[in-house]
Ligand binder design. Structure first.
Ligand SMILES: N[C@@H](Cc1c[nH]c[nH+]1)C(=O)O
Length: 414
């Protein structure tokens, strides 16, 4: 069926829409098993909020709207910031650990994707705690979420915002040089990184560390062995032991095969303060999930509130699942189509109601030919005979009890 459903500026086929709903349902189920509850933040936000906060989406990438009073608003460019603001400033919310999840669209005007301004994120945010067991639990949840969708080969690359930030503290370079450096390390652009570092007047130890850091990725055990060159002080040493502790805990979950380290990982959001991670699935060039610890973001709302979270890029996951053929074959929108003659109307409609109460998807019609072709079963109430037909054969039934028996025997078809 080629029916188009309007979804923002893009159209999506009805079948793809159903698939998307199915994948979102799986993600929600998984988030719930870790005690997260769904919330929603407003679509329109005050631009002032994002203008003053450091470490947010690039201001040029925000989509701005002017309201009738002349106030500038932005379409939600990120979910982590508004949720943090709500939790940090709402005194009515009881203290203690808080677990929220969301399925929300974020709006960004990115240069790379001019035609795609709206992205769906399915994410979780956890407030109130900073411990390695919690970091490990969040990463376990991220891994299980990807695994639930059917991906067999994928990696969660784990790093720490502290490495790059600490190295930056050791040098005094312009904002422009910082962002260039960040881009080169992020993209593992080794060929340009070395000559670029030569142009900067910085201490040799730091230069070596900055040059080495993008190479420090792969199996955690190997990375740990090679990390010596970038660990310049006690704080960085502590950061590394923090990562190792989380990795040891992930072994208890039995998830170590999905984990790799990347000490050169830098997330595009600047609010991260601790462990950071990105999820990659096979044959797909960009991350499908990203997140990390952002303990200092709430300080911008005058609150001390440790936090960690991640978001799945639903559109990327959808494309990756399609590429890997992970969507199950087309599912029928209907279990039972009941056709009846006028004399059997009461019997047919009563049966339909009972079946719906039991959770079957049923439609009825005073007709002799099915009005919909995709039902798993066609039930016919005729003057002197009732039949139930599936893909293979047609059987008779005389009353409701027998109909139920037939359906139960063929439950596998539904
Ligand atoms: N908001 C982040 C993802 C995230 C959620 N929680 C923490 N990080 C992003 O859009 O990349």
């Amino acid at each position: 069926m080629q029916l188009d459903v309007f979804e923002s500026m893009n159209t999506i086929s009805l079948e793809d829409y159903q698939r998307r709903e199915h994948l979102l349902a799986k993600i929600k189920d998984r988030f719930s098993t870790y005690g997260y509850q769904q919330i929603q933040t407003p679509t329109f936000e005050q631009y002032d909020l994002y203008k003053t906060i450091t470490g947010t989406v690039n201001r040029d990438e925000m989509i701005k709207v002017i309201d009738p009073t002349g106030k500038v608003l932005v379409l939600r460019p990120d979910v982590t910031i508004p949720i943090t603001r709500i939790i940090a400033t709402n005194k009515q919310i009881p203290s203690g650990e808080k677990r929220f999840y969301y399925i929300s669209n974020v709006f960004r005007n990115s240069i790379e994707q001019q035609d795609k301004k709206e992205h769906t994120q399915a994410g979780i945010e956890n407030f109130g705690q900073n411990t390695p067991p919690l970091d490990a639990e969040i990463i376990a949840l991220a891994i299980q979420t990807i695994s639930d969708l059917g991906f067999k080969k994928f990696k969660l690359e784990i790093g720490h915002a502290g490495f790059f930030k600490e190295l930056l503290k050791q040098i005094n370079i312009s904002e422009q040089n910082t962002s260039q450096l960040q881009q080169m390390i992020q993209a593992k652009n080794f060929s340009e990184l070395k000559p670029f570092l030569e142009t900067l007047s910085i201490h040799t130890d730091v230069k070596v560390a900055l040059q080495q850091i993008p190479f420090l990725y792969g199996r955690p055990e190997d990375v740990m062995k090679r990390a010596g060159t970038v660990i310049l002080n006690e704080r960085m040493n502590y950061t590394l032991s923090n990562l190792i502790e989380v990795y040891e805990l992930l072994k208890i979950y039995g998830l170590e095969e999905f984990v790799s380290f990347d000490l050169g990982l830098i997330n595009h959001m600047d609010y991260y303060s601790g462990i950071i991670f990105q999820g990659f699935v096979e044959n797909f060039g960009k991350p499908v999930l990203m997140g990390g610890r952002y303990d200092t973001l709430a300080e911008q709302f005058d609150t001390d509130l440790p936090a960690i979270g991640f978001a799945c890029d639903v559109d990327a996951i959808f494309d990756a699942m399609e590429g890997e053929g992970l969507f199950s074959k087309k599912t029928s929108p209907l279990d039972i189509m009941i056709l009846y003659t006028p004399a059997k109307q009461r019997e047919a409609l009563t049966a339909a109601q009972e079946l719906r109460e039991l959770g079957y998807r049923v439609i009825t019609s005073l007709d002799s030919t099915p009005t919909i072709s995709e039902a798993s079963f066609i039930v016919r109430y005729k003057e002197n005979v009732n039949t139930i037909k599936d893909q293979h054969n047609t059987r008779l039934f005389y009353n409701q009890e027998e109909l139920m028996k037939q359906l139960l025997q063929n439950k596998g078809e539904l």
